[in-house]
Design a protein around this ligand. Structure first.
Ligand code: HEM
Length: 519
């Protein structure tokens, strides 16, 4: 045998042995993060006995026993929960690619999301990259967001008009949800929709959203068992999906036809989906039902999250009037007092346009930004991010995180950590003015340092954090400029939380709103 061949083979074998030894060493020497003992095969009984809404309370109790990184074993798979800022930064920012995958979807999601054509459920790979880049470049790019400022003004005018015409005491969340929904519908399908069309889309999306908690039971069993036991529920899911197709597909077709006729219409999300080519599927184009899934995701992801945050912020401004006064003073110092309600501008599409605090003015308001950040810190709409899956075994904080384990991050706990935030349970916007980093320079993406992460952090961070901040700042500024908000007589604003799709107010905000300038 040739000498060179023997040398090459020996080197290869020694490298192989070395890498096996190193791999074994890492796997053997490191333990999983600590957690309660799990029974073989079925994992932690605790999970099976308790409803999912109690998860957070259980994890908080476990945190005092095991520390800021905990393993719960469910079935044979470890689920890891992180509540520490620095560990979250190490995982999501410093080791971002490894932590950026998603777990395989449960059967009901596979049906609803049409072979997983949505950004949030796609695995970390070329399809996810294509869909996410399309959204961020074509719709969420600041220039594109600006092109929709007319729609925002229109929706704001509609909201102001509705609030003026309601009784003195108003339950606000329905109005906030409708306003946020309108904004996203316009960005998704273009801005020529009638109010009844918007209501129909809202109805189907809400049914999909609320249905998912009910349909979740279908995911606990092997599919052939659940199809036998729960055949009616499966049928209902299929009908709901058909209802969504029936409502959204005609809108998609109408939009694409009008786009062909009028080349210059401002771009809507639907327009950007037509020419996408799926890199993992022979560059085929998206089917209509897959566009439905992506549009549905766009509407759902941005409506409840933003309207929930808006409600929490307004609730705190009603409960603590001195913050409201300080905010109002900042607004009038920049744009002057609000106009009388009679000073409406031209009617557009059937809605009187009000003079509003413009988006450019909003950018100059540091206290406003502090109020919104404090709202997101104290009341993040989601107390967890979406589950992440690790693509390979990795070390984190001296522990082993096995390949394919599911990792989640405790968003609310990070915002409420007394080690990082003084009096964390108090609503104090001033903390973003008196301490560094101040509101104007606060890094909500966590790329330098994670202090709170209401939008997540790293590669899976919410791609629309900029749009959401703009929506919140613009609406809060205008609602405070036009109206004085006070509690109903004898009523105390109750900030108790309740888990729905997001973490909402258990007793929705009702307030007395009085126009600041009377006619
Ligand atoms: C206050 C408003 C919002 C909050 C608090 C919020 C929060 C979040 C969070 C926590 C995640 C998960 C991050 C992770 O898994 O690590 C997320 C993902 C996502 N959000 Fe938002 N979001 C908001 C508004 C919006 C809006 C307005 C849109 C769309 C127009 C949107 C679209 C998405 C999408 C597509 C994803 C999935 C990203 C991915 O998996 O790559 N969100 N958001």
């Amino acid at each position: 045998m040739e000498l060179w061949f023997i040398i090459v083979v020996s080197i290869c074998i020694s490298c192989l042995i070395k890498s096996i030894i190193t791999l074994n060493k890492t796997s053997k020497n490191l333990d999983l993060p600590p957690g309660p003992p799990a029974a073989p095969l079925i994992g932690n009984f605790i999970w099976l006995r308790k409803p999912i809404s109690e998860l957070e309370t259980i994890l908080r109790r476990l945190k005092t026993l095991y520390g800021p990184i905990i393993t719960m074993t469910i079935g044979r798979r470890p689920f890891i929960f992180v509540s520490s800022h620095s560990i979250a930064h190490r995982a999501l920012i410093q080791n971002g690619a490894v932590f950026a995958d998603r777990p395989p979807p449960p059967p009901t999601a596979r049906i609803a999301n049409r072979s997983m054509k949505s950004i949030s459920s796609s695995g970390y790979g070329p399809t996810w990259r294509l869909l996410r880049r399309n959204l961020t470049h074509e719709i969420l790019h600041p220039g594109r967001v600006k092109s929709h400022s007319g729609s925002r003004k229109w929706v704001l005018s509609l909201l102001i008009r509705r609030l003026m015409n309601t009784a003195e005491s108003v339950k606000l969340i329905d109005h906030f949800q409708f306003a946020m929904f309108c904004l996203l519908v316009f960005m998704c399908f273009g801005d020529k929709l009638e109010e009844n069309q918007i209501k129909e889309i809202e109805d189907v999306q809400r049914k999909m959203l609320l249905g998912f908690r009910r349909f979740n039971v279908l995911n606990f069993w092997p599919i052939w068992i659940s199809k036998t036991i729960y055949s009616k529920l499966w049928k209902e899911l299929a009908q709901l999906r058909k209802y969504q197709d029936d409502v959204l597909i005609p809108l998609i077709r109408a939009r694409l036809e009008s786009k062909q006729e009028h080349v210059s219409v401002p771009s809507a999300y639907v327009d950007t989906l037509v020419d996408l080519e799926l890199p993992e599927e022979n560059n085929r184009k998206l089917e209509e039902s897959e566009m439905v899934s992506l549009c549905g995701e766009f509407l759902t992801a941005g409506t409840d999250t933003t309207s929930t945050a808006l409600q929490w912020i307004m609730a705190n401004l009603v409960k603590y009037p001195h913050f409201q006064t300080r905010l109002y003073n900042e607004i009038i110092s920049i744009v002057g007092p609000p106009p009388a309600f009679t000073e409406e501008e031209e009617e557009e599409e059937g809605v009187q346009q009000f003079r509003v605090v413009e988006e450019e003015d909003v950018q100059k308001m540091s206290y406003l930004k502090a109020v919104v950040l404090e709202g997101l810190r104290r009341h993040p709409p989601g107390h967890f991010v979406l589950p992440h899956r690790v693509t390979q075994e990795v070390e984190l904080e001296g522990y082993k995180i096995p390949k394919n384990s599911i990792v989640n991050f405790m968003v609310a706990d990070m915002g409420w950590d007394p080690e990082v935030w003084e009096d964390p349970m108090e609503f104090k916007p001033e903390r973003f003015l008196d301490h560094e980093p101040a509101a104007d320079t606060f890094d909500i993406t966590g790329s330098r340092e994670v202090k709170m992460m209401p939008f997540g952090a790293g590669r899976r961070i919410c791609p629309a954090s900029g749009l959401a901040m703009l929506h919140l700042e613009y609406f809060v500024a205008n609602l405070i400029w036009y109206f004085e908000w006070t509690p109903l007589e004898g009523d105390e604003i109750d900030l108790t939380e309740k888990q729905e799709f997001t973490i909402v107010m258990k007793n929705p905000l009702c307030a007395r709103i009085s126009p600041r300038v009377h006619i």
